[in-house]
Design a binder for this molecule. Structure first.
Ligand code: 1HE
Length: 268
């Protein structure tokens, strides 16, 4: 299927369209350790604003080179000598990008290696699934730089690992990696080989689901965290009313009924 995404529209992101509507979006400034400058944030907004309506069924979010992302472009920030209002608006563009990701309804699988730090961790936290390889590590070094997080760490990193751990990371610059990072909830997968290969495999798997099911999964769960349990239950019922009666689901239900559909079993 041809996607309505033109890779040549992007400069700091390398966008490649794979089979089955899966797109790979790669932060492509490895010489700057994929630090997030204004242009990159604007391209993320552009891509993730379009993706839900362009037939994109799943995204692998990656970083070129040895590091996923070194966070805010500190050199751009230093040179711009921004006012408080200027930087507030910068942060609001980051939130625009990351909210488009988290709430957009298209599954995003982050493939992590090397540094996933500061704004890089904020970016990764806006994905729905995170895969770390053995080189990947996470940290929030803002405190040591005389800064504070502005791309959602207070919300999303806290959601992943809790308030006390987030505050400790901010205060002390603590670095987590490997199995400990997985056990704490920074990522769902730790792989011996390439995080990109596994992320692509997971994206392809997710892309097999009906788009409306994925829309519900990759927007509703996040929205519902912002609601009272009472309202979330109501919203869940309304959404399930729409998703669970979609005509496209009938063939899948029929396959279960006539015993041709795969059964749910643990891997041997
Ligand atoms: C950068 C950045 C950057 C590298 N902004 N240019 N983030 C940080 O505090 C992380 C800062 N970066 C690092 O600690 C290290 O660069 C890394 C551990 C990620 C990689 O180390 P290394 O030895 O491979 O690379 P390097 O020699 O430090 O950097 C290579 C180049 O990338 C160099 O540029 P060059 O032109 O001199 O070659 C670096 O300047 C450049 N580079 N990281 C700009 N972050 C919305 S608020 C969010 C708040 C934050 O995210 S604070 C940032 C936290």
């Amino acid at each position: 299927m041809a996607l309505e995404i033109d890779p040549s529209d992007f400069k700091n992101l390398a966008v490649s369209v794979q089979d089955e509507g899966v797109c790979t979006v790669t932060l492509n400034r490895p010489a700057k350790r994929n630090a997030l400058d204004i242009d990159t944030i604007e391209e993320l907004i552009q891509f993730f604003s379009r993706a839900p309506r362009a037939g994109v069924r799943a995204v692998v979010l990656a970083g070129a080179g040895d590091h996923f992302c070194a966070g805010l472009d500190l050199i751009e920030h230093h040179n711009a000598d921004r006012s408080p209002a200027d930087f507030m608006h910068v942060c609001m563009r980051w939130h625009e990008a990351f909210n488009k990701m988290e709430y957009g309804g298209v599954p995003i699988i982050a493939a992590l290696q090397g540094a996933v730090v500061g704004g890089g961790l904020e970016l990764a936290s806006a994905a729905h699934v995170r895969v770390m390889d053995e080189t990947a590590y996470v940290a929030l070094p803002e405190g040591q730089r005389g800064l504070f997080t502005g791309g959602g760490a207070t919300i999303r990193v806290t959601d992943l690992v809790g308030k006390a751990r987030t505050i400790d990371m901010m205060l002390t610059g603590r670095v987590y990696r490997g199995q400990e990072a997985i056990n704490l909830g920074f990522a769902q997968y730790l792989v011996a080989g390439s995080s990109h290969d596994v992320a692509l495999e997971l994206a392809r798997k997710a892309a097999e689901n009906l788009p409306l099911s994925n829309f519900a999964i990759c927007s509703a769960v996040s929205h519902m965290q912002n609601m009272s349990a009472f309202d979330a239950a109501y919203a869940e019922a309304v959404l399930a009313g729409v998703v669970n009666t979609q005509p496209e689901s009938r063939a899948r239900l029929a396959a279960f009924a006539d015993k041709t559909a795969a059964r749910v079993r643990p891997k041997a």
